[in-house]
Design a protein around this ligand. Sequence first.
Ligand SMILES: [Zn+2]
Length: 182
Amino acid sequence: MRLLTQWLRWLGDVPAFRIYGKTRREADWRVIDVFATPRRNHDSPWPLWRGCCITWTAEVIAVGWDYAEALVREQAADPASRVQPVEVAGGRLGDARRRVSAGGEPWPSLSEILAHEVGHTGQTRRLWVGYLPVVGALTLFREGARWWNFFENQASEEGQFGGIVSGSVCPRLMERLREGPR
Ligand SMILES: [Zn+2]
């Protein structure tokens, strides 16, 4: 897992930004690198990579540049913190009824999606090397009531996003933010 993290760091060069993240069952916040790659933009030709973020290790999350940019904008308007972390409303990204009855919006914010991914980083710590093939395959099935939805549900129930680490937004992303919304 350490090797994989190092390889991803080399691949992604510098993280787009760093965040504080943990699961409900963890006491201490971890610093997680969020890498941006063009292959994860919405217009990517790679179908499974398109517009989604996938957790890789306990220390690394990979997203598209457009997601990274929109997330930083969302956080600038309504920042999360370790005192008031973002959690997935009702513990589900995709169940509008459950979300609304828990006081959330029907559709998840980008920060809630990141909280979900942080939930997966907690799973990688527990499952270790077995994580990638197991959750990688299961994650395609999304949340739900079946046994294979366990990892997705748990990620939504336990992930906490404690804000962007101050000063960690990389120069390239700062540049994109200065150019304004596109
Ligand atoms: Zn997931």
